[in-house]
Design a protein around this ligand. Structure first.
Ligand code: ZN
Length: 314
């Protein structure tokens, strides 16, 4: 699979934020802080969504959803490799927690696929969209900052892939989010009995999202994904994003409005022949910044992501 020459992801924002060379790539800022203080497992939090469904929160890591049953534990995402030990420990402490039998990868990024190798070696089921598997079979480079990600060993790659939708027992349904909000392999997992929708990084619950356009994500996909996911949720659905707190349908609606506005503005700037620096200077997120934080990285990436999809020069 070809990686294009314009790349970026969360990793690079974190690197910039850390501002120091030599740190392990992908080590999130919060995790470093926690590790320096107490050790990450000390402050791992468990949010109970129902008797058999939990969000495991390891500081600095993406949300991990754990579903327990007589068969063992099913996970949505698996944190980074550095945190897989802390995750295993947290899962073993869940009520009726046992061994993991299945994990979903909501996309290919290392911060959610770090338990794949351990689980693959143990013969467990790793489910992902086929595009996610393909990204994990190839080395990926983000030319922006030179970050390189080695392909996963075969045993760690998803061993059950799908293109559109699928289902498991216990009312678990899953499907592709083809809009490419975050990558071109985004997926959701819906727990019907608990009315919980896991959406990975296709929705950001915490600050501006990462637009990983090296592997297909784009600002139009964020808007499209938010629209699509609303059709899968109702007023009572609890929506668990990759980062941040649990959201509701109204959050998807307000995010849809916001990103739709930003998308329109960036598209207009592109059509006027403006560049990424000019897009940042135009402050297309102005009225949202007080709530969302400094938008410059996001705006630059979101603008650049348009090149791949709608550039008049393409
Ligand atoms: Zn991600």
């Amino acid at each position: 699979m070809v990686v294009d020459e314009r790349g970026h992801s969360r990793r690079q924002i974190l690197k910039g934020a850390i501002g120091a060379a030599g740190l392990v790539l992908g080590a999130p800022v919060l995790r470093l802080t926690a590790a320096a203080a107490q050790g990450p497992s000390e402050s791992t939090g468990i949010l109970r969504l129902s008797d058999d469904l939990f969000v495991v929160r390891i500081p600095g890591e993406s949300n991990v959803i754990a579903h327990t049953s007589a068969d063992g534990v099913l996970l949505v995402d698996g944190a980074s490799a550095r945190a897989s030990g802390a995750l295993t420990k947290a899962i073993s402490g869940l009520p009726a927690g046992g061994r993991v039998h299945t994990i979903f990868n909501t996309h290919w990024h290392p911060e959610v696929t770090g338990s794949n190798e351990q689980l693959g070696q143990a013969g467990k089921t790793i489910i992902a969209h086929e595009n996610t598997r393909l990204w994990l079979t190839t080395d990926v480079t983000w030319p922006w900052n030179g970050d390189r990600f080695k392909r996963l060993p075969k045993i760690a790659q998803p061993n059950k892939t799908f293109y559109t939708t699928g289902a498991l027992g216990s009312g678990i349904r899953y499907g592709y989010i083809p809009d490419a909000a975050h990558t071109d392999g985004d997926m959701y997992v819906y727990f019907a009995q608990q009315n919980v929708l896991a959406v990975g990084d296709a929705v950001s619950g915490q600050g501006w999202p990462v637009v990983d356009y090296v592997t297909g994500g784009w600002i139009g996909g964020i808007v499209g994904g938010l629209q699509r996911l609303q059709t899968l949720a109702n007023e009572e659905t609890r929506i668990v994003p990759g980062r941040g707190p649990v959201l509701g349908l109204k959050d998807l609606k307000s995010q849809y409005e916001m990103y739709g506005t930003i998308y329109d503005r960036l598209s207009q700037l592109l059509n006027k022949g403006r560049g990424p620096g000019e897009a940042v200077a135009a402050q297309p997120t102005k009225e949202f910044d007080a709530q969302m934080g400094n938008p410059d990285e996001f705006v630059r990436r979101a603008f650049e992501s348009l090149w791949a999809y709608v550039s008049p020069d393409a």
